[in-house]
Design a protein around this ligand. Structure first.
Ligand SMILES: [Zn+2]
Length: 258
């Protein structure tokens, strides 16, 4: 009896170890070689907020108001609130939230800013609101996230808030409604691109993306679209890796060869 128990326990232990190693492997492969996120990093009118493995961004709208690009993973938005509080601001200072896509690690913090107008590309609204799921569909069923998208955006939309222009670009691939935004000289990429430790741009992570080939095509199209306004792009900011401050070059360098 005891010998059998021991054998079963041994197999359970082994299976557990394999799962843990597998997960660790996935995390390692996903994040190895990427530029690290720098919490609190300030660009011109833009501040990085790090929340574990993801980042979101405060975009200044004048002195006492901000917009967010993504809202990070933490439902209570501790990181964003701490950054605001250092400026003597509270949650009501957040007027708008631009979602790069509808995955939970980018939208959950929006719950802490009920007064902010949440925007996302139309195709990702069901995902952001939890009426649709895109991973582990066989295991999970859709569940409302509590996030309400007040304004559905389209490719090439221009949203102006307190004189600050947000240019909207559809970059489907990671999700079908993935967006990039250009505001205050920063091109926000969400999960549609990563920054490598060598300072290059890499495409979306294959494992977690709906359509990696479409993602690459979207990046090439974005590079082409932005070429005439290259001078307006000072930095490129992915959500899961650090900011590249070399203008549009990392995107144009990436696009043609892949
Ligand atoms: Zn993500």
């Amino acid at each position: 009896m005891w010998a059998r128990m021991k054998r079963i326990l041994k197999w359970f232990g082994l299976a557990f170890l394999v799962i843990v190693l597998g997960l660790a492997g996935i995390v390692f492969v996903s994040f190895h070689g990427l530029a690290p996120i720098q919490d609190g990093q300030k660009l011109d009118g833009v501040q990085v907020v790090k929340d574990g493995i993801v980042s979101c961004f405060l975009v200044d709208l004048g002195e006492r108001e901000v917009a967010l690009v993504d809202a990070c993973n933490d439902k209570s938005a501790k990181g964003v609130l701490a950054a605001l509080s250092k400026r003597g601001l509270g949650p009501e200072a957040v007027k708008a939230i631009f979602l790069t896509h509808g995955d939970a690690d980018h939208i959950s913090g929006a719950l802490a800013f009920p007064e902010a107008q949440v925007m996302a590309l139309a195709a990702d609204v069901p995902l952001a609101e939890g009426r649709e799921i895109r991973m582990l569909k066989w295991l999970l069923s859709p569940k409302e996230t509590g996030v309400h998208v007040a304004r559905a955006l389209s490719d090439d939309d221009v949203v102006e808030l307190s004189g600050v222009v947000f240019h909207v670009f559809a970059v489907p691939g990671h999700t079908k409604g993935s967006a990039a935004y250009l505001a205050r000289g920063v091109l926000f990429m969400g999960d549609s691109a990563e920054a490598t430790a060598e300072g290059a741009l890499a495409p979306a992570k294959r494992l977690t993306s709906d359509d990696p080939a479409l993602n690459r095509a979207s990046l090439a199209k974005l590079a082409e679209h932005l070429a005439p306004m290259a001078a307006d792009v000072k930095a490129i900011a992915p959500a899961h890796s650090g900011v590249l401050s070399k203008g549009l070059a990392p995107l144009t360098d990436f696009a043609p060869e892949k």
